[in-house]
Design a protein around this ligand. Structure first.
Ligand code: MN
Length: 195
């Protein structure tokens, strides 16, 4: 079953999805971005566009391509859409101080039977990604009884053709999809420029 077949099947089975997608296409692009962020603790900021903002989670281990892994994703504040292109150094005395690169970026497709705002409210997000490093279905599931000011979710790869327990893209493809630079290279350049 290839990607095309999979999509066809989803649309056919879903009554609400095609209508929702048309509306989505007119208004926005379903932006998706993962930023690698070397702060006090290294993490990956997983962001998806919902209602004109980037809804965000901090994922300490980053996304996995192994469907057996459940990675903790801590909901953080929404970011403006423009933030999707940001990479560089945040001064250490600022919030989120550290170095950021755009590790993966593109668009997502909603695979749930409800629209994205509803899926977010329900704590059950199912999306399809077709990006440079991360492909296929991903689930974000809110853990029950988490604090309202710091929701805990789990990020999981769906079992599909793009699942691969042997791939480890966070380790083998550490560079930015925008500048092709790693966090270490960006920091080294910055040191040189400040001398
Ligand atoms: Mn961050």
């Amino acid at each position: 079953m290839n990607l095309k077949d999979y999509r066809k099947k989803r649309n056919f089975n879903s009554t609400t999805e095609p209508l929702e997608r048309k509306k989505d296409n007119r208004r926005h692009k379903n932006l998706f971005v993962i930023q690698k962020h070397k702060a006090t603790q290294l993490h990956y900021d997983f962001r998806i566009e919902i209602d004109h903002v980037l809804v965000s989670w901090a994922v300490p281990k980053g996304p996995s391509t192994d469907p057996k892994e459940k990675n903790l994703a801590i909901r953080t504040e929404d970011h403006p859409l423009e933030y999707a292109n940001f990479e560089g150094i945040i001064p250490e005395d600022q919030y989120g101080g550290g170095t950021v690169i755009v590790w993966d970026k593109g668009n997502y497709e909603n695979q749930a039977d409800v629209n994205m705002s509803e899926a977010l409210r329900e704590g059950k997000i199912k999306i399809w990604l077709k990006e440079k490093k991360i492909q296929g279905g991903y689930h974000l599931i809110r853990i029950k009884n988490t604090k309202k000011n710091q929701e805990q979710w789990l990020l999981m790869k769906s079992k599909d053709n793009e699942a691969d327990a042997r791939r480890n893209p966070t380790a083998t493809q550490p560079e930015s999809v925008i500048s092709n630079m790693t966090i270490e290279q960006i920091e080294k350049n910055d040191e040189k420029n400040n001398k």
